[in-house]
Design a protein around this ligand. Structure first.
Ligand code: SF4
Ligand code: SF4
Length: 481
């Protein structure tokens, strides 16, 4: 029989059959769809029969189980350390996950001390030595990490010294997440010398950025953030931009993307949907129009060759047919350390003693019920996701969002859910239009080819010379499923 959870999407006189897990895509004329027997024969005689047909006693659970086992996706294999170097910040961004959560939890803001930081790095190195050799990522995070500059620099030197001695059991990618406003020439020179990759937060145009990214005295921060980014680039650092897709951004998508491609010119941007806060101060849109504008940002970016990480993660599976099994690194690949040297699972939980506490041996997380539960979270096993057309591209998004929105980690992140579904419909339409599929339907059907899939990339090439690609792909299946 035909795979029972195939998605049917109408396109005028045609219907697209889409297999949400292996991404097989078949365009058919409506008449053929109404003739089940003929449709079955067409598929059976085609070279694509295996992709579409399943035995009559097909078991979805067994099918999914095999995919999970083959890709070993439920193992806890920590490769990334996200390290809070301070919780202080010179800005007061209205949507900040960290600052607002800490205020809400009544936790004071302070810097990570040198000794606590070195202890965390040393424990991470010990964990690395117990694992097989592989690339590691250390993300230096805050608050604004440059507020604790002296210790930050010492941590970076320590990582490089120990990497040279082989004590991280592989190459280390160091990533600094900064608001850019405290970057000077000497800071940039240091970061360049130590091969630190910098992510600078800039939300599109000056007006859009300044709407939510204010300084403590309520003045605007755009000019200083931009200057910081430019200093990094002129000193030869690898730096990219991270933006939040606020309502303001959504209403000014064209200007924001144009500002990025014509003015700021980063190699890539991140375009984050909102993180839910326990005490949300600004409303986020969750409407169809919001997701249409999110898609529009990708349409514009792909024309201009601008890579958008949060979107490419969902487009790539449609092109390569490798399933995105999970989304957030906290689902088995990452630990977070706070400013007191406590270890936890997710930056959204920082300041919450239930999740963050001292661990002498980082390997202990492998037996921690929270880490174990999160490592099993994939849309493939979430009941709500079972019949979803976007199950193969979505990864179910942010666990913290799901928890705060729906009270259950095994539920969707509503923002990622809305956008992932919208991307599938968009892709089915785009393939049809951009490959002139209506003209290839003399026989009443057309199986989408590998070459036709590529059209989604626009002018974006296959591989990108930008950091964090290992992390970006960490939860994609080994090959087609
Ligand atoms: S669940 Fe993942 S994406 Fe969400 S806040 Fe935590 S670490 Fe970030
Ligand atoms: S989270 Fe939403 S979009 Fe993602 S697989 Fe589940 S139902 Fe589909």
């Amino acid at each position: 029989m035909l795979y029972p959870y195939a998605y049917r999407y109408k396109l005028g006189d045609f219907v697209v059959l889409f297999h949400p897990i292996n991404m097989a895509t078949l365009y058919v004329k409506k008449e053929l769809l109404n003739n089940e027997k003929k449709l079955y024969d067409v598929i059976k005689k085609s070279p694509h029969a295996e992709e579409w047909l399943v035995p009559d006693d097909f078991s979805y659970d067994e099918y999914i189980e095999k995919i999970i086992k083959k890709n070993d996706t439920q193992a806890i294999d920590i490769k990334t350390l996200k390290m809070f170097t301070t919780t202080k910040c010179n800005l007061d961004c209205a949507y900040c996950l960290i600052e607002k959560n800490l205020e809400n939890r009544d936790v004071d803001h302070h810097n990570l001390g040198l000794e606590d930081g070195i202890n965390v790095l040393s424990s991470f190195s010990k964990l690395a030595m117990q694992q097989r050799t592989s690339k590691k990522t250390i993300m230096l995070y805050g608050g604004e990490p440059l507020i604790n500059k002296d210790n930050l620099f010492r941590f970076i030197e320590y990582i490089r010294e120990n990497e040279r001695k082989g004590l991280f059991n592989g190459e280390v990618e160091i990533v600094l997440e900064s608001n850019g406003t405290l970057v000077t020439e000497s800071v940039a020179q240091f970061l360049k010398k130590h091969g630190v990759f910098v992510i600078v937060s800039i939300d599109g145009t000056p007006r859009v950025h300044n709407r939510y990214r204010k300084k403590k005295d309520k003045s605007n921060s755009y000019e200083e953030a931009r200057k910081g980014f430019e200093i990094l680039i002129s000193e030869g650092c690898t730096a990219v931009v991270s933006s939040v897709f606020t309502d303001e951004y959504a209403h000014n998508v064209e200007e924001c993307i144009e500002h990025m491609t014509e003015e700021i010119k980063p190699k890539s941007i991140g375009l984050n949907l909102f993180h839910v806060l326990e005490n949300q101060r600004i409303e986020n849109d969750n409407t169809e129009q919001y997701y249409e504008r999110y898609i529009q940002s990708f349409e514009l970016a792909r024309q201009k060759g601008l890579y958008i990480e949060h979107i490419m993660r969902r487009i790539r599976p449609l092109v390569t047919r490798k399933v995105r099994i999970k989304d957030c690194g906290a689902c088995g690949n990452r630990i977070v350390s706070d400013v007191d040297g406590n270890i936890g699972i997710c930056e959204g939980m920082v300041g919450n003693a239930e999740y963050f506490f001292k661990r002498n041996n980082f390997n202990e997380v492998k037996d921690d019920p929270v880490f174990l539960a999160w490592s099993k979270r994939t849309p493939l096993t979430i009941d709500y996701c079972r019949k979803c057309p976007a199950i193969g591209i979505c990864g179910a998004g942010c666990v913290n969002n799901a928890l705060l929105q729906n009270g259950d980690i095994y539920s969707p992140d509503n923002y990622i859910c809305g956008s992932s579904k919208a991307f599938v419909d968009w892709a089915l339409k785009m393939w049809f239009v951009e490959n002139n599929i209506a003209e290839k339907m003399e026989s009443g059907f057309h199986f989408l080819s590998y070459e036709e899939r590529q059209s989604l990339r626009g002018t974006l090439g296959e591989e990108f010379d930008i950091p964090l690609q290992t992390m970006s792909k960490q939860y994609e299946s080994e090959g087609e499923v």
